[in-house]
Write a protein that binds this ligand. Structure first.
Ligand code: FE2
Ligand code: FE2
Length: 358
């Protein structure tokens, strides 16, 4: 949709006058601000693990971890965006070798890590020390000091996601290095998990009113047993077996801006076409399957990443004989907070209906 304004010499002169005053009017041929539905510039992307994994040895040659230096990460850049994996967050893959330290700092963008491979790293968040092992989710709330020290014997690889695209667009980024490489550990190890990890019982007294989750680590074993319990329930028509990591104090999403989910697509599952506002990134924990986004079919397998833009019709399938497990991050909490969340089911032949309407 473009705006119809008759271009004349006097209009050009008028616009020149306005520009000098820092004022604009609708210009001929300009894209309309109001589109009938979302028209994201973000594009669907599929990053294959078979292409990413060989990059890590060169990456560790080129990027040495230094105190206060950049983290060693491969950022999943969306070619449709000036920066970010999606308009609200950056997803990166962080790589740490045995004996290395990612030194302490804090920032206003909130972060989480989902451990893709490896054992033996420990992270300290605000003086509390946690193990980080394969399949674990660890939160780093906004402005919390954090550092990571790898005590294990093989490389550690984790998915690192920050809501930095959103925070940047709100001009609210603050960052600080800690005055030492690592923080002192001044809390009982795993304190938040000891207090809130069961999700069923908690320390007595007034419930925490904090919107930020009091639980900082969500271990793999808990995610796996919750998913296998949920398999006995009726399947979700879009997502088969899906659960959201929650803030145990409020029942809301574990993070304020992003929703984190774990999902199983059982053999033979074929989801319905649907779409929702907000952007999402999937990481394939195990197994294989396919997701059709718009008219494109992406066949994914263990270790791959898939990014789906807002409002893009999509469907998931597992045509194989083994279950596929996915980890997903999306910005649903941000959309809900501003009353912008919408979802819609689509018929299998939605492409035909769409073409008729054009
Ligand atoms: Fe950080
Ligand atoms: Fe979906």
């Amino acid at each position: 949709v473009s705006i119809a304004v008759n271009r004349t010499r006097s209009l050009d002169q008028f616009m020149g006058k306005l520009e000098a005053l820092g004022i604009r009017i609708a210009r001929p041929g300009e894209d309309a601000l109001f589109t009938a539905e979302p028209e994201p510039s973000m594009v669907p992307m599929h990053w294959k693990w078979s292409e990413l994994k060989p990059l890590f040895s060169d990456l560790s040659e080129h990027l040495k971890l230094t105190p206060g230096g950049a983290r060693r990460t491969l950022k999943l850049a969306n070619p449709g965006l000036p920066y970010g994996t999606t308009p609200t967050f950056w997803a990166s893959i962080q790589y740490i070798l045995p004996g290395e330290t990612a030194t302490a700092h804090r920032h206003t963008p909130s972060a989480f890590r989902f451990v893709m491979e490896g054992e033996g790293c420990r992270t300290t968040v605000e003086g509390e020390n946690y193990p980080m092992n394969e399949g674990d989710l660890v939160l780093t709330p906004s402005w919390a000091w954090h550092d990571h020290v790898h005590h294990g014997s093989g490389p550690m690889i984790w998915l690192d996601v920050l809501d930095i695209s959103l925070v940047r667009s709100l001009n609210s980024t603050f960052f600080q290095d800690y005055h030492r490489d690592v923080q002192p550990i001044n809390q009982v190890p795993d304190r938040s998990y000891r207090q809130h990890g069961s999700g069923l019982l908690r320390p007595p007294g007034e419930p925490s009113s904090a919107a930020v989750s009091p639980l900082l680590v969500y271990p793999r074993s808990v995610m796996e047993s919750a998913l296998s319990e949920a398999e006995a329930l009726p399947a979700d028509p879009n997502d088969d077996v899906i659960l959201e990591y929650q803030n145990p104090a409020t029942g809301a999403a574990a993070m304020l801006t992003m929703s984190l989910k774990a999902q199983t697509l059982r053999p033979g599952f074929r989801g319905s076409y649907h779409r929702h506002t907000g952007s999402k990134v999937y990481w394939v924990i195990s197994g294989a399957g396919a997701t059709t986004v718009g008219g494109r079919r992406f066949e994914w397998s263990s270790g791959d990443f898939l990014a789906i833009p807002s409002w893009a019709p999509h469907r998931h399938e597992n045509p194989g004989h083994e279950s596929a497990r996915l980890f997903r991050v999306d910005d649903t909490p941000t959309l809900r907070a501003f009353g912008l969340y919408r979802e819609e089911s689509l018929p299998d032949d939605w492409t035909a209906t769409r073409d008729q309407n054009r």
